[in-house]
Design a protein around this ligand. Structure first.
Ligand code: NAI
Length: 355
């Protein structure tokens, strides 16, 4: 039996781990059902508490993040969620951002690994660690009227704290060392945003010298150069750590290197809970048609298993997924195949059965 570090739960096949399950919007319910079926086939000991969020919750509770959902996560400290729809511009505030704030989910972990050969880049194995609570995403922004134009100017204020920077950098270094990675690269723009991103560079240099020198390699790169280098030679990087906005952009770029959002998982790890999800959105254009690719959420479930110290199940899940995609050639349409979500899920479950 193993004590999990973050959930406080005891992780053994005989002991259940309570976890909140949020089907979400659009393709969410389809890929969540597929993922739950696969986790069941693996014998993962999660005891699901189903809760609403997003558009589904607005319709049912008048709030995209209703109280019962928050209470459930407070209890379980662990959640698997489908994508949630957020209106652009006006409308309600992003439930994803509210979840991050409510549970202080300060680290967004986005691994990107080549699973299906034959893409534009082979053998990609990168991890982006994005600061999730600070920077330009704090929402301190407003319009300033000029003359009779109510939107004459727009202002946004970013906030990065020493404590926040230290916390995310420690997370990145500790994660990299624990997972046997070779290097951490800090992505910044301290040549222009000297205070807002300079504080991360300054904190990283001090922290590395004090705590991590000799344990793992460390270097720094300016964000625009990083974007170019990732396209030219992504293999020079390993673990990238950066501020909120840069992390949002860089992690999508990295997902693009491995064939797009269909294979990109994300983990939001915090002081009070951990929430696992696919990086992609609710895909309204294909919702309800039974063709969504559940792979990204399945890979997020593998991260969730690792978080609960169920590494062996995570390895089995990833191997079965690779075998289904690569050896069996069963793929959904976004990956050039013709399998429905259901057919793909059944093929994966069959693989788990004889693995
Ligand atoms: P999207 O990621 O939902 O879709 C972009 C494209 O990728 C579409 O063509 C879609 O069909 C395809 N796609 C996405 N997931 C797929 C899957 N599993 N299988 C096959 N194809 C897939 O991005 P979009 O359209 O910009 O956003 C739609 C909604 O999702 C918005 O309301 C947005 O706010 C929300 N969203 C939610 C996120 C979350 O909850 N973490 C993350 C990103 C967007």
């Amino acid at each position: 039996m193993v004590q999990t570090a973050d959930t406080g739960a005891t992780a053994a096949p005989t002991r259940r781990i309570p976890a909140t399950l949020i089907p979400g919007d659009g393709v969410g319910p389809e890929i969540v059902e597929a993922t739950v079926a696969v986790l069941e086939a693996l014998g993962a000991p999660f005891e699901w508490q189903r809760q609403d969020a997003g558009l589904a919750a607005v319709k049912r509770h008048g709030d995209p993040l209703p109280e019962p959902t928050l209470e459930s996560i407070h209890r379980t400290r662990l959640a698997l969620k489908g994508p949630l729809e957020t209106p652009s511009g006006g409308g309600y505030r992003s439930s994803n951002v509210r979840l991050r704030e409510a549970f202080k989910l300060y680290a967004n972990l986005r691994p990107a690994r080549t699973l299906v050969p034959g893409g534009r880049y082979e053998d990609i194995d990168l991890v982006v660690v994005r600061e999730n609570l600070e920077g330009l995403y704090t929402g301190f922004e407003h319009y300033v009227p000029i003359g009779d134009d109510a939107h004459g100017a727009a202002l946004a204020v970013g906030v990065n704290t020493r404590q926040g920077m230290n916390r995310i950098l420690e997370f990145a270094f500790d994660y990299a060392i624990a997972r046997g990675r070779r290097k951490v690269t800090l992505v910044h723009k301290a040549n222009i945003m000297k205070a807002l991103t300079g504080i991360m560079l300054e904190t990283a240099n001090e922290l590395y010298a004090r705590k991590y020198a000799g344990r793992i390699a460390f270097d720094t790169v300016i964000v625009d150069a990083c974007a170019m280098k990732l396209v030219q030679n992504p293999w020079q990087f390993d673990v990238l750590v950066t501020t909120n906005l840069f992390g949002d952009i860089i992690s999508d770029l990295v997902a693009g290197l491995i064939g797009g959002l269909g294979l990109a998982p994300g983990a939001n790890i915090g002081l009070d809970a951990a929430v696992f999800e696919a990086v992609h959105g609710s895909a309204p254009d294909i919702a309800g048609r039974g063709v969504a690719n559940p792979s990204a959420l399945l890979l997020a479930a593998a991260l969730m298993l690792e978080h609960c110290r169920l590494d062996e199940l995570a390895v089995r899940l990833r191997s079965a997924l690779v075998a289904t995609l690569k050896d069996d050639g069963v793929r959904t349409t976004d990956l050039g195949g013709s399998a429905t979500t259901e057919a793909f899920t059944q093929a994966l479950i069959a693989r788990i059965g004889y693995a």
